[in-house]
Ligand binder design. Structure first.
Ligand SMILES: C[S@@+](CC[C@H](N)C(=O)[O-])C[C@H]1O[C@@H](n2cnc3c(N)ncnc32)[C@H](O)[C@@H]1O
Length: 731
């Protein structure tokens, strides 16, 4: 029985997404090519798009790398042809594997053409249909979520429990997993054997004194600005990267006399920059974070796109139905993993995933797996008041709305006015009716509106986690950029915290995230907030990911920073990402702290564990601001009803800029913040109720404009003008 189903490489991804459960990424090194070919076909629109961005250097490096890889492959092939005997074992690991993969994907494609779905899809569908029928017979009892959960488990069992080679393959439908396990086992054995041989050889060399001949001689240094002859042949550079890492791992025996670790490290940085097309700053930063072994895996992972994933919109559809529709269109897919009930991974598709009727009608959206995580951490509930401070283009906002079941109220804000257009469009397509799109600098909150149950801050960042999507990051970021971003992130986070009501019965939650892996943009920002506000870090509820750093390059962070989560392309097969979940303990700002985001990180923050009682004065303040918030909610709901009658687009409204006590206190800071943001070229767009805006509100959506002048003042002015006019008239 020929092999079928989604790419075997993809099926082997037992970790959260594409990680074999033992920390080995599935797409690296020898497996890299086969994996991308079988799991992310060129037909998928994401890859077809305008082409990957990148500097000329990065493009050149990529082209040269590809040529080098091809050359190395040809050399390896030639070697194998010439040595049949000792090539046998290696073939088990590489050639067979790739051939099988190619045969299987051709087979899968053929089958898809004939039947519309793969065997694994078939088993899932069978389970789904059986379930649907039985639940229909039982009168449709049991929730969708329960059904999905049961089916996911059964699906996993069906796939995992398939018989091995010797068993009845006809009935099993797919033998790819057991084959995969066999090959993996064999390859692990070979790796172990090779490692043991190397160690024995090394020990023997040391005994006989042969080690001298093994010492790796560094190429001569060249003066800065001069062309480095050692960096012209990329095959040579690639080989040297491995050699230098080996020397650094066994420096005493393998290093050239008179050369220091620094000499070898400098060479490694140079070679990694040449081979992968990074600037020295970025490579230095990455080497601060990763071991020499991990860095190569990380860099390799950044060369391949992550698997295409979609999120089913629970407001409009059930995952099983969307899966069924897409499978009927020939799409080869799987549930994203046990951690999500709404995600699907697309392995292969003959149709553009971003243009199917299901997509256009808002039944699903294309969303990176990592982008699910901050919303899951924030966990907005039905009926709550939620702020998405940096929301465009709306992947997280629309997910939040689905979790809120279109109830309560969601403020989807973004400072970039042009980006709010795609935000509004997505909100409309996804059938979100509880959201208000607004266009403020995040630092205007809570001055414009506060007292939220939860705030999501998916902060603007350097994008060092998404290099595979935007390779220009390799060369266009410097120290100043990272520092500026860190500063902005700290400011935004304090404003996010101040916008949340610690007394909220259900919430008082702030979820902070970035698609950067830089410590300055993550742990350092979180640690800063712990010092400046009465908040504590809580479990994000995400079961996988790597713990945040509690110390980094001599800096110490609060021990609870361990609760934050990091995600890496090479370990989790997701974009690099960071998520932290805070709970606000008290609305009181700790005495004597200044909000200077440039302040050096010295002492550890002190965290007050108990919820403090608000002083009487503050309680009054809270009451007052709640009242204003309530009146605002009512206003908004009125508009929702109005808008609903014409379209299910988001709501158009003017912000009610009640100046709460807390926001007055923050006014000074906001002014300071505004200055900083202007300095950094990120100006808030100034409000003007133009005709264009009015028209927008009538058709698709309206954007609540940010204003130099708070809206309530503007309203007062307008009414004064009106009364002046009318008094003139009456005169
Ligand atoms: C990482 S993106 C947000 C992605 C979004 N959460 C999603 O899931 O689709 C960061 C956003 O922050 C916005 N932004 C940058 N500075 C801001 C500020 N000071 N206040 C509010 N939004 C800001 C940018 O325009 C950008 O859309």
């Amino acid at each position: 029985m020929p092999r079928r189903g989604p790419g075997r490489k993809d099926k082997a991804q037992k970790g959260p997404l594409g990680h074999d459960g033992e920390g080995k990424p599935v797409f690296l090194k020898s497996k890299l090519k086969a994996s991308t070919e079988t799991s992310v076909p060129t037909k998928i629109p994401q890859k077809q798009g305008p082409g990957r961005k990148g500097s000329a250097t990065a493009k050149k490096a990529r082209a040269a790398r590809e040529a080098a890889a091809e050359k190395a492959e040809q050399e390896a092939e030639a070697q194998e042809l010439g040595s049949d005997d000792d090539g046998e074992q290696t073939n088990l690991f590489s050639d067979d594997d790739e051939d099988a993969g190619a045969a299987m994907s051709a087979e899968a494609l053929q089958q898809q053409k004939a039947k519309g779905f793969s065997d694994n899809n078939q088993s899932w569908l069978k389970l789904m249909n059986a379930h649907k029928m039985s639940s229909d017979e039982e009168g449709g009892q049991g929730s969708d979520a329960e059904d999905e959960e049961m089916m996911d488990d059964e699906f996993a069992e069906a796939v995992e429990g398939e018989p091995s080679d010797g068993d009845d393959k006809e009935s099993s439908g797919s033998d790819s997993d057991s084959d995969e396990m066999d090959i993996e086992k064999k390859s692990r054995k070979i790796d172990a054997q090779r490692k043991q041989d190397e160690e024995e050889d090394q020990a023997a060399d040391m005994e006989t004194g042969d080690v001298e001949s093994e010492r790796f001689i560094l190429p001569d240094e060249v003066a800065e600005g001069e062309e480095d002859p050692a960096a012209t042949d990329l095959v040579e550079v690639q080989g040297r990267i491995g050699q230098v890492i080996a020397v650094l791992n066994n420096f005493k025996y393998l290093a050239q006399e008179g050369k220091s670790r620094v000499d070898y490290t400098n060479r490694l940085i140079k070679d990694l920059c040449t081979y992968y097309g990074y600037n020295t700053f970025m490579m230095d930063k990455l080497l601060e974070m990763f071991t020499q072994h991990d860095i190569v895996e990380f860099l390799e992972a950044c060369e391949v796109p992550r698997p295409l994933t979609i999120r089913v919109n629970a407001l409009k559809a059930r995952r099983r139905d969307v899966a069924q529709s897409l499978i009927a269109r020939g799409v080869n897919l799987d549930p994203i993993g046990k951690w999500s009930k709404v995600g699907l991974v697309i392995f292969d598709s003959p149709v553009p995933i971003g243009a199917t009727p299901e997509y256009l009608s808002g039944q699903y959206t294309i969303q990176a797996a990592s982008s699910f995580l901050p919303v899951m951490a924030c966990a907005p509930q039905e009926g709550e008041r939620v702020l998405d401070m940096c929301a465009a283009p709306g992947g997280k906002s629309t997910y939040a709305s689905a979790l809120m079941k279109n109830s309560g109220i969601l403020f989807s804000n973004d400072m970039n006015k042009s980006r709010t257009k795609s935000l509004s469009a997505n909100i409309a397509r996804m059938g979100v009716r509880n959201a208000i799109v607004c266009n403020y600098d995040g630092k205007m909150f809570p001055k414009v509106i506060g007292n939220f149950d939860r705030v999501m801050l998916d902060a603007p960042c350097s994008g060092t986690g998404v290099i595979s999507k935007d390779p220009s990051v390799k060369v266009n970021k410097g120290d100043r950029d990272i520092q500026k971003l860190s500063h902005l992130q700290k400011e935004l986070l304090l404003h996010a915290i101040d916008s949340v009501d610690a007394k909220s019965k259900t919430g008082g939650i702030i979820a902070y995230s970035t698609c950067s892996i830089m410590v300055e943009e993550n742990e350092e920002v979180v640690n800063y907030a712990l010092k400046k506000r009465n908040v504590k870090l809580v479990d994000s509820g995400i079961e996988f990911g790597t713990d945040g750093f509690t110390s980094f390059r001599g800096k110490k962070y609060h021990p609870s920073v361990k609760m934050t989560k990091r995600f890496y392309p090479h370990t989790h097969n997701m974009d690099g990402f960071f998520v932290a979940k805070f709970k606000k303990i008290s609305n009181k700002i700790p005495a004597g702290v200044s909000d200077d985001a440039d302040e050096a990180e010295e002492e550890e923050p002190e965290i007050v564990e108990e919820v403090e009682e608000e002083p009487v004065k503050n309680s009054k303040k809270a009451k007052k601001s709640t009242a204003s918030a309530d009146s605002e909610t009512n206003r908004v709901e009125e508009v929702v009803v109005e808008t609903e009658s014409t379209t299910d687009a988001p709501v158009a409204t003017e912000p009610v800029a009640e100046s709460t006590g807390e926001s007055r206190k923050r006014k000074k800071d906001s002014k300071k913040g505004k200055k900083t943001s202007e300095k950094s070229g990120e100006k808030a767009s100034v409000a003007e109720t133009t005709e264009e805006n009015v028209n927008e509100s009538e058709t698709v959506s309206a954007v609540v404009e940010s204003s130099e002048e708070p809206a309530h003042k503007k309203q007062k002015k307008d009414s004064k003008k009106r009364s002046k006019k009318s008094s003139k008239k009456s005169k």
